[in-house]
Design a protein around this ligand. Structure first.
Ligand code: PLP
Length: 254
């Protein structure tokens, strides 16, 4: 069950989640938290869905079917974070994967100032995994040092953090590190692909969710999701004048 914004270009957001989850042999159910006005070049505007309506969408699904995993993307404001936190808390044992979406890849803000404190209070303490890029990690952890940030986020109760390195232009290859509570960490690197890709973060977090839904352990799910996402980017295609769209129907290597 993914919570996120509607992206009419099908690059990011709920559509990225649904395409990815379906490609990885799971059934996506999607709760819309925002309706955005955007294309492959950027976000022009968005409107948030009310917390009550977010709750009602989720409740109707939960009354009808068993959910394997909850994944969050764009939530937009603190009220949405709170309601999703309450839904997650009412489902103990269901893994929660938090993609801390704060802004679009093209630089437009997709959140209010109250979003990060709300993530700290309502979502990260119960999260199985969060998937920040280095910039988001520094905002969530409130430090320049990634190590301090990771420790701060783990201290909130979040059990695993996958810090993605696509935005770290200082490294030739793209390096991603999974930090686990208890001190283990795994680093993986992938050749840096040139170009801008719309919805790569959403694709990665949705892919981890699908592999976790299929019963993979978090470290194995992350490894498979990173391989899958790199393939979707390698085979990305251009439908508009802006960023490339990841090809989610590539075969997974699991
Ligand atoms: N969710 C929505 C609804 C978006 O519009 C965007 C970016 O525009 C994102 C998430 C984040 O996308 P990305 O995976 O490119 O960071």
């Amino acid at each position: 069950m993914t919570f996120g914004g509607h992206d009419p270009s099908s690059g990011a957001g709920i559509q990225a989640d649904a395409l990815t989850v379906h490609a990885l042999s799971c059934h996506p159910v999607t709760v819309v938290t925002a309706v955005t006005v955007q294309n492959s070049q950027g976000v022009l505007d968005y409107q948030l869905i009310t917390p009550q309506h977010i709750f009602d969408q989720a409740k109707a699904l939960l009354n009808d079917m068993d959910i394997a995993v909850i994944k969050t993307g764009m939530l937009g404001n603190d009220e949405a974070v709170k309601v999703v936190g309450e839904i997650s808390k009412s489902l103990p044992g269901i893994p929660l994967i938090v993609d801390p979406v704060l802004a679009s890849n093209t630089g437009q803000s997709l959140s209010t100032d109250e979003l990060v404190p709300a993530l700290h209070e309502h979502l990260l303490p119960g999260a199985t995994l969060t998937t920040p890029n280095v910039d988001e990690c520094r905002i969530l952890g409130r430090s320049r040092s990634i190590e301090s940030c990771v420790n701060a986020i783990l201290k909130l109760g979040c059990r695993n953090i996958l810090v993605t390195g696509t935005h770290d232009s200082e490294t030739a290859d793209v390096e991603h590190t999974l930090f686990m509570a208890g001190g283990r960490s795994y680093r993986s690197s992938y050749p840096r692909l040139q170009g801008e890709y719309h919805g790569s973060g959403c694709t990665l977090a949705a892919a981890v969710s699908a592999f976790v839904a299929r019963g993979f352990s978090v470290d194995r799910a992350v490894a498979s999701a990173l391989d899958y996402t790199w393939q979707t980017i390698k085979q990305a295609y251009k439908v508009g004048y802006g960023q490339f769209i990841p090809q989610r129907s590539v075969c997974s290597e699991d």
